[in-house]
Unconditional design. Structure first.
Length: 117
């Protein structure tokens, strides 16, 4: 599959083009954020780079991951989970449970979360 075919087949890339402005929790030149369609907590947002090709380890991913984290902090305040606590998660690869092959961050909170590990 070519890079163009991968982008066209990517649900996140499709959502970026099809969602209405009021459906975004956040958007800027680099990323957009939406509510997860299968939330695991009262607040569960996805923060997604607009560039499809970025994966952890790509030379561009360091800057992108820093930006994702800054947006997560901003969204946590908007969602009113910044004071009680929240979890940010990036899954990479099938063994992690990653379901969409497009780098993205989960922001999860609004309830006591169980331990990981």
């Amino acid at each position: 599959m070519t890079a163009i075919e991968e982008t066209l087949a990517c649900i996140f890339c499709s959502l970026l083009q099809s969602l209405q402005p009021n459906e975004f929790l956040y958007t800027d030149d680099l990323v957009f954020a939406i509510n997860d369609i299968a939330p695991v907590a009262p607040a569960h947002a996805l923060i997604i780079p607009k560039n499809h090709s970025i994966v952890i380890g790509d030379p561009r991913s360091g800057t992108t991951i820093t930006h994702l984290t800054m947006v997560a902090s901003h969204l946590a305040k908007d969602l009113k989970i910044d004071e009680t606590g929240y979890r940010i998660v990036i899954n990479q690869g099938s063994d992690s449970g990653q379901q969409v092959a497009h780098l993205h961050m989960h922001l999860i909170g609004g309830t006591a979360l169980g331990a990981i590990g």
